[in-house]
Design a protein. Structure first.
Length: 347
């Protein structure tokens, strides 16, 4: 008789060697995100960062965490995973800058059933791209191989960002009736509302490799356009003076996100004719039979960030933002009241 062979971690579905190979593979990507303040990054049990070495005198730390939601389903189904990491970074650092904070460092969590080193490296290289574009160091993370939890190439992502600001400079601050709302254009659906997007695609009888009805190329690739990174322009506007608040337009749209930065007793009025609804949203509205109120509460509808600015600074700040590549729309004003009211119509 032959004795049964003993079990190993590998036979249980976890490949430690693959994990080690991934760490080596992504070290150059992490290295290109290095910035002043990083003391120790990948390889240890934790990462070290010195805010004072990053130029802060009396820093207050700000933390944010987020994921990418069911946009991952499209990335997994199409195999187009190169930019999903940019989405992950954007969802965290765009929130940080709304507090007035400069992003300092980022950590990621990547979980999958069976580690594909090549695919994982492409995902993490996307994370590094997002970090490099926002001046945020990728200093650590976790790769979890979890057989039995994820199947058929499925994976999940979570991100964690820490930023800093000088004490007393936090936003929102000084928001008042009469302040102007400057809307910064989005680059598409970004990373919210994809459960509804997928239902619309299903209702339209389309597949991810079908031509996109609203853009050149396949539908799946068009819907994977990465979330716009607003950190550098937002920080430039803050430093120029006159910014009283910033709202990242994510799940809940303009209807839910803008009131988060308005003091009690103040609301906002927005002219829906101030910008043109991008083609992807026009198609979603038509194909899904979506009411305007539903569009504005589910999607960014073409406005990814709103800056609440002093009236006498609105023109200069709009010009500054446009000079560094933003498409700026003057949406409306802060007014006495509560919530967001709309005039005009989306077109």
């Amino acid at each position: 008789m032959t004795a049964d062979k003993g079990l190993t971690y590998s036979s249980a579905g976890v490949d430690i060697d693959a994990g080690n190979a991934l760490v080596e593979r992504i070290k150059p990507a992490a290295k290109r995100t290095a910035r002043p303040g990083v003391m120790a990054g990948l390889g240890g049990f934790g990462a070290l960062f010195d805010p004072r070495a990053a130029g802060f005198t009396d820093p207050v730390l700000v933390a944010a965490t987020d994921g990418v939601g069911t946009k991952l389903r499209i990335a997994i189904d199409t195999g187009n995973v190169d930019t999903i990491g940019i989405d992950l970074v954007a969802m965290c650092v765009n929130d940080l800058v709304c507090q007035g904070a400069e992003p300092l460092f980022f950590l990621d969590y990547f979980a999958t059933g069976k580690l594909d080193v090549e695919a994982a490296a492409r995902i993490i290289e996307g994370i590094a791209t997002g970090c490099a574009e926002t001046g945020c160091a990728l200093i650590g993370g976790e790769t979890a191989e979890m057989p039995g939890m994820y199947h058929g190439g499925d994976f999940d992502l979570a991100g964690f960002a820490v930023g800093a600001m000088e004490r007393g400079t936090d936003l929102p601050q000084g928001v008042a009736a009469g302040d102007v709302l400057l809307g910064l254009a989005s680059d598409g659906v970004h990373s919210n509302g994809y459960s509804l997007v997928r239902r619309v695609v299903e209702r339209a009888g389309l597949k991810w490799d079908d031509p996109a009805p609203f853009a050149d190329g396949p539908l799946g690739a068009a819907l994977l356009a990465p979330t716009r990174l607003y950190v550098r322009p937002a920080l430039a506007a803050i430093r120029a003076g006159g910014v009283h608040g910033l709202a990242h337009i994510t799940g809940g749209g303009l209807t839910e996100n803008l009131p988060r930065i308005l003091p009690e007793g103040l609301g906002a009025t927005i002219d829906l004719g101030a910008w043109t609804l991008p083609p992807v949203f026009a198609w979603l509205a038509q194909a899904g039979g979506l009411e305007t109120a539903e569009m504005l509460k589910t999607f960014n509808a073409g406005i990814g960030m709103v800056a609440v600015v002093a009236p006498d600074r609105a023109e200069a700040l709009a010009a500054l933002l446009e000079s560094i590549g933003e498409r700026v729309h003057r949406l409306g004003h802060v007014v006495p009241g509560e919530g967001v009211s709309y005039s005009g119509r989306l077109a």
